[in-house]
Design a protein around this ligand. Structure first.
Ligand SMILES: Nc1ncnc2c1ncn2[C@@H]1O[C@H](COP(=O)(O)OP(=O)(O)OP(=O)(O)O)[C@@H](O)[C@H]1O
Ligand SMILES: [Mg+2]
Length: 266
């Protein structure tokens, strides 16, 4: 059975794209069939998968969304969907690229019937080919992100151990609760992953304790933490996975451990 994850947090730069890429690469190394889906007009994931100019790609996620809308909300009998040009491949994974045009998708969705369901239809169209579909969301809780949450079975929340913004997290949790109540009753929060963690810093350990005390009863906080390391930035810039760039390093080890922990319960 295929599982679809949305990697979401409206806070910018907390490690969503890194999580998506490295969890995907870990799962691919474990032998699973993985498709990454870039749901961010910044297209950082697309670039990290080896497309330095996403805006020059002929078919990206906004084109797919547009095609489904123009086809009356259906995926069947759409020429664009049948051609599958929107599925690219790198680092032993398939991926659906994004481009800046996804910024305009928000406005198109607003005027669309069943506007929260378009991405869900797309995911339903591709998911049977994969064990895991991982969606990298943008740092905003707009309609496009709600589409991703609606299309997902599970949410993964990356969190940096920074000055803790309870308000920001509350907003994310209430959006997820809203989606669950109104659109996708089976949506579960798989857990929160602490990223860019430096265990030597008292401050980071304090933030971790605050998060555990405040939210440990609401959702799982993964035992694995991703250490801070310049290697992550290097790999994204080079379009290589951490397993190609620094296979024996602490980041590769941490993401492998995280992948095992995330899927341990099936
Ligand atoms: N473990 C880490 N150690 C050091 N730097 C990291 C780590 N993880 C991510 N980074 C860096 O932090 C920056 C933000 O990470 P990333 O792009 O994954 O966040 P994001 O949540 O996807 O950002 P956005 O909200 O803009 O989409 C990037 O430059 C990335 O290379
Ligand atoms: Mg990102």
């Amino acid at each position: 059975m295929s599982i679809t994850y949305a990697v979401a947090n409206q806070k910018g730069g907390c490690g969503k794209t890194s999580l998506t890429l490295n969890l995907g690469a870990s799962l691919a190394r474990m032998g699973y069939k993985v498709c990454l889906c870039d749901v961010d007009p910044q297209a950082n994931m697309t670039m990290a998968m080896g497309c330095p100019q996403p805006d020059e790609l002929p078919v990206t996620l906004p084109h797919v969304i547009r095609a489904i809308i123009d086809n009356g909300g259906r995926t069947e009998n759409s020429e664009l969907l049948q051609k599958r040009e929107y599925i690219l491949r790198a680092q032993d994974m398939d991926f659906v690229p994004s481009s800046i045009e996804l910024t305009g998708t928000e406005n198109i969705l607003v005027n669309t019937i069943s506007r929260e369901n378009i991405l869900k239809k797309f995911v339903a169209h591709i998911k049977d080919d994969y064990d895991f579909v991982l969606m990298d969301c943008m740092p905003s809780l707009n309609f496009v992100t709600v589409n991703a949450l609606n299309a997902a079975d599970r949410v993964l929340i990356p969190m940096q151990p920074q000055f803790f913004s309870a308000k920001g997290l509350e907003l994310l949790l209430s959006t997820i609760a809203n989606v669950r109540e109104n659109l996708n009753p089976n949506l579960v929060i798989e857990g929160a992953l602490i990223t860019m963690f430096d265990g030597r810093l008292n401050f980071h350990r304090e933030v971790l304790n605050i998060v555990k005390n405040a939210y440990g009863d609401h959702f799982r906080i993964f035992e694995t933490k991703i250490p801070v390391s310049v290697r992550v930035t290097e790999t994204q810039a080079m379009g290589r996975s951490i397993f190609e760039h620094d296979p024996k390093g602490k980041i590769a080890e941490a993401y492998s451990a995280f992948a095992r922990e995330a899927i341990a319960n099936g």
